[in-house]
Design a protein. Structure first.
Length: 452
């Protein structure tokens, strides 16, 4: 009989955190493959169907920072288990939704649970592993998540074709139960931060952040229907930018902010979070819009679209472990920038060849993306958690998750707008590759100045 003891406890915690990551990435990939079927069965427009993904990302993005701060204030275990309950119940609701509005609402509730789960996985792994072991630990966690990424398109396509798209949500439930039981038994770390960082919770800043993100993303998503010159779009963009500017001003003035924005003055923090942002931006561009391209342009079935995306997700399984070891052995920041360069090359390849309407010529880009993916989420996190103070692990995890999910939200909005506006896929891959190249250049310059 397998027992949990002090010798193996951290590995059980790591397994649970890998399962939590698996929940999130599986949810992303299976929804992307099933999206055309869901759109058709629920009678949704193309732009509105994107809110099945975007509602989840929007809530996740807006609340991840607050969740990370709450972890620093109150500890992790109870909040983590409560968030798993919310995620599980909303997952069931997604599966029984009978309208687009109901599904979008349930996806938003999933985002609420995920906003707590995801940043806590970073803080909880960092708490139980020594600094010199964290790269390996994050590599193993990402490899577990990578297994579910690789299964996501295939399983999502199979379930959608053979059973129903509703099963892409219901398959999460056993994982939720297994993760909850493991954390309940294995996590025995005292809530050491609860007494050290008490202070007034930044509710005003949270409201400003939510309003800013919501207004900006809603405006961008609705551009294909209303146009850039529509007063509704202009008002949304203005309200979003003003609210986010107000958020920055508030965070710089108060004693206990959601974000310690002074962390961004550290090149390691700003550059690594930019790489995380671009990793999620590229993931949405390739997985969600890649699945749309395969089904709408090449006329693949959902199942075959899942099979076709395997070259993109399978390499990440092996690359995660290698990147984790490299991150402990070499400068994790430079390792991260090398991975982003590889991702940029893959996106530019897609931009050049996607209009050939031939699948086989796209495979080198898919493989390059799969190899590059762990660089965005393993070496970057190793660099970040070894830079910030221990009492800010939850906050830094929330900050990194916000960067990641904001990348997904912005990607969904901009790529959806480009596709709806021009009806072609090359533009969104040119955008992705160009932004990644820019971040690589700025990143090397900032880190070189820091070293000097």
């Amino acid at each position: 009989m397998i027992q949990i003891n002090n010798a193996n406890r951290k590995w059980w915690v790591l397994a649970a955190m890998g399962g939590a990551l698996a929940l999130i990435v599986l949810d992303e990939t299976v929804v992307g493959v099933a999206l055309p079927t869901i759109q058709r069965e629920l009678g949704m427009s193309q732009v509105n169907s994107h809110w099945i993904v975007n509602a989840y990302f929007l809530v996740f993005t807006a609340l991840a920072a607050a969740a990370g701060k709450m972890g620093d204030l109150f500890g992790y275990r109870s909040l983590f288990l409560g968030a798993l309950g919310i995620f599980g119940l909303s997952t069931i609701a997604c599966g029984i939704a009978d309208s687009g509005a109901a599904l979008i609402a349930a996806r938003a509730a999933q985002g609420l649970g995920a906003a707590v789960i995801f940043p806590f996985t970073v803080a909880m792994i960092t708490t139980v592993f020594a600094p010199e072991e964290r790269g390996r630990a994050f590599g193993i966690q990402t490899a577990i998540g990578g297994c579910f990424i690789s299964m996501g398109p295939l399983v999502g396509g199979f379930l959608t074709d053979v059973l129903s798209w509703r099963w892409i949500f219901w398959i999460n439930i056993p994982v939720v139960i297994a993760v909850a039981l493991t954390v309940f038994i294995a996590w025995q770390v005292p809530d050491r931060s609860a007494g050290k960082t008490q202070g007034r919770f930044d509710l005003t800043g949270l409201v400003a952040l939510i309003i800013g993100l919501a207004a900006l993303v809603v405006a961008i998503m609705e551009v294909p229907d209303y146009g850039w010159s529509n007063p509704f779009i202009i008002a949304g963009i203005v309200i979003g930018l003003v609210s986010l500017s107000l958020f920055v001003v508030l965070e710089l003035k108060i004693q206990n902010p959601l974000f310690d924005l002074e962390l961004f003055s550290m090149p390691t923090i700003s550059v690594m979070n930019s790489i995380v942002f671009m990793g999620e931006f590229g993931k949405i561009a390739l997985i969600v819009f890649g699945a749309l391209f395969l089904q709408k342009t090449l006329h693949f079935s959902p199942f075959m679209a899942g099979v076709a995306l395997i070259p993109a997700v399978l390499p990440s399984l092996f690359a995660s472990l290698v990147v984790g070891e490299f991150s402990d052995r070499y400068d994790a920041r430079i390792v991260s920038l090398i991975g982003l360069s590889l991702n940029a090359a893959g996106m530019i390849w897609l931009a050049i060849f996607v209009n050939f309407d031939t699948y086989w010529i796209l495979i080198p880009a898919l493989v390059a993306w799969g190899c590059a993916l762990p660089f965005h989420f393993v070496s970057t996190r190793r660099a970040i958690v070894n830079t910030v103070p221990a009492e800010k692990l939850g906050q830094s995890g929330g900050l990194t998750m916000t960067a990641q999910l904001l990348g997904g939200t912005v990607s969904m909005a901009l790529c959806g707008t480009i596709l709806a506006g021009v009806g072609r896929f090359d533009g969104l891959y040119w955008l992705s590759g160009g932004l990644m190249t820019l971040v690589v250049a700025i990143g090397f310059l900032r880190l070189r100045r820091e070293a000097a």
